[in-house]
Design a protein around this ligand. Structure first.
Ligand SMILES: [Zn+2]
Length: 450
């Protein structure tokens, strides 16, 4: 199946061609673990999890890596403030992040490296850049020379001279060029490591390059590098600059960036006081509802978190649950055993669903295929000549679609008593004995069957 992705590097929709046939190597920049994740941190978690599930479903072997930045000024400051070690702070928030990944229906990446586990590799990498002349040591700090490459600014499409003259860059006497960025910082505060330059710690931009180099083959060239829009500059631009100096490639063939989350039509920011923590939204609305809100917009467009979009997501999920439950129950009272493997699906709907996802991961279009299928399933459920074969196809197609979207929706498993109860319910309805049918309906709904 041909997959098209928007490549931020070329600013074009391109046909995805993997480095190795049938395989996808994918790296997504993870969080700096110094605080509870806000809802914006969950968008890449959902977008790239869905992309991974889609690739896996169409037969690719995906290696998905996402890091934890567990060495950073923010972590050091919090550790000092709370009189704890950096490790205590980072471990706590790594566990918290992992919990929320699961709550929102995402799978763990295959590998979740931490910066603290890659210090020797980072030092070697920086050393190699210095030896190539792409980086220089000034008083124990090491900086990357942005002028080393011809095309610095290629990803964010910015003009270096504009940036410098725009005074957005702090002037520093230590740097040859104000845009040169730190690979190693000498420090006497917080956690520090020995290096050829000073006791210190690595800068943020190097860790992803080093982890990609260490984990993936091909001299650190991967298929897809992902992250939020806000990482394009300087973080991803600087990753590309280092990979280019080191290996002469752009680190990834496809760069993908998800857009932001707005709260009530406003950009989420600390100064506006509207930063929503993921855990609070998940506790209030449930992880599946939060995921549904995130799925309801194309990943390159902003998402608005409002009471309205949350309610819309809840309504959609209720519709999905109802049809899914009815299909599962109807099949079971007709003595169809529901299987987890070896089932058939409705290829007509699934092809349309996968096509939508193959067009730069168009999840809203894929969702409308799911809703079309549900309409059809509803009609078939009400048809007097109950077509069990067709209902099975719908049920299993829904099951696969929900799995690709990461929507964790359960269906009831009926035992023999439940089946009798359900049949009695249908009979009472048929006889228009509504007192009885209502009474049984309550029992069935208590059991989560209706
Ligand atoms: Zn990164």
């Amino acid at each position: 199946m041909e997959v098209k992705l928007y490549n931020s590097l070329t600013r074009k929709i391109e046909v995805f061609k993997p480095i190795k046939d049938g395989q996808v190597s994918m790296y997504v920049c993870g969080p700096t673990v110094y605080d509870y994740p806000h809802i914006g941190n969950m968008r890449p978690v959902v977008v790239f999890d869905t992309l991974r599930r889609f690739f896996e479903y169409i037969g690719y072997k995906v290696t998905y890596v996402s890091n934890f930045t567990d060495i950073d000024d923010k972590i050091i400051n919090r550790a000092l403030k709370e009189n704890k070690s950096e490790k205590e702070i980072s471990s706590f928030f790594i566990d918290e992040f992992k919990k929320e990944i699961h709550d929102i229906g995402s799978k763990d990446p295959d590998i979740t490296p931490k910066v603290s586990e890659y210090i020797p590799q980072i030092i070697n990498y920086i050393d190699a850049l210095v030896k190539k002349g792409a980086a220089y040591d000034f008083d124990g700090d090491v900086y990357f020379k942005v002028n080393y490459n011809q095309d610095y600014g290629i990803l964010s499409n910015i003009d270096i001279d504009d940036l410098i003259s725009g005074a957005r860059v702090e002037a520093s006497t230590k740097k040859e060029n104000p845009l040169d960025f730190a690979l190693w910082k000498s420090t006497d505060q917080g956690i520090q490591f020995d290096s050829p330059w000073s006791k210190g710690r690595p800068g943020w931009h190097t860790e992803c390059c080093v982890m990609i180099d260490s984990i993936f083959p091909n001299n650190g060239l991967i298929d897809i590098h992902g992250g939020g829009y806000d990482l394009k500059f300087p973080h991803h631009e600087n990753e590309i600059a280092q990979a280019e100096a080191m290996h002469g490639h752009h680190l990834a063939n496809y760069w993908m960036h998800n857009n932001f989350i707005n709260i009530n039509n406003e950009k989420m920011s600390k100064s506006l006081g509207n930063v929503f923590l993921a855990k609070d939204l998940i506790n209030q609305y449930g992880g599946t509802t939060v995921r549904m809100v995130l799925l309801n917009a194309p990943y390159r467009q902003p998402i608005n978190f409002t009471e309205q979009t949350i309610n819309a997501a809840k309504t959609e999920l209720n519709k999905i649950r109802n049809v899914y439950k009815q299909l599962a129950s109807t099949l079971q009272i007709n003595y169809v055993k529901l299987n987890n493997t070896g089932y058939k699906i409705d290829n007509n709907y699934m092809d349309k669903f996968l096509f939508a996802l193959s067009q730069d991961l168009n999840i809203p279009n894929a969702l409308s295929v799911l809703f079309d299928l549900m309409k059809k399933a509803n009609v078939t459920l009400r048809d007097s000549s109950l077509n069990i074969n067709q209902l099975q196809l719908y049920f299993y197609t829904m099951k696969d679609m929900l799995n690709i979207l990461g929507l964790n929706i359960e269906y009831p498993i009926l035992d023999s008593d439940d089946i009798v109860l359900y049949l009695n319910y249908l009979a009472a309805k048929e006889e228009r004995n509504f007192a009885l049918s209502d009474c049984i309906r309550n029992k069935l709904s208590e059991k989560g069957i209706l």
